[in-house]
Ligand binder design. Sequence first.
Ligand code: TYD
Length: 128
Amino acid sequence: MIKFQSYDDNRGSLVVAETEKEIPFDIKRLYYIYDVGSEAERGFHSHKKLEQVYIGIHGRMKVSLFDGVNKREIVLDDPKQGLYIGHNVWRTISEFSSDAVLLVAASEHYSEEDYIRNYDEFVASLKK
Ligand code: TYD
């Protein structure tokens, strides 16, 4: 997990993430996901090239990762932490709290060609 610098005082909290410091790539894109139903699951893909940092800036969600060897489950519930996800990692996101907001910093612009959305294709791609 990446720990962000935070500035907390009686006015609230301010959290900073900078490229070349906490974020290990140049950020080309941000997106965020919210209003997710408690039963909904998202993701179910890997990326050929894209790197991302997931930040659970509000509420709670569970991220499940599989790189072909290791499986990991990470609960994101701390806005001061980020989860780095490299390329060739299958991810699913589930168990969103009703107030959950997931902010994602990405290393590339959106490209559907960079996605592998079929699990068998993902497994086959690792053997190449
Ligand atoms: P999708 O990849 O299915 O979301 P998730 O992985 O969280 O389940 O994306 C949902 C839709 O949004 C899909 O039609 C593609 C579109 N989209 C963009 O146009 N640009 C983006 O940067 C992202 C992340 C998604």
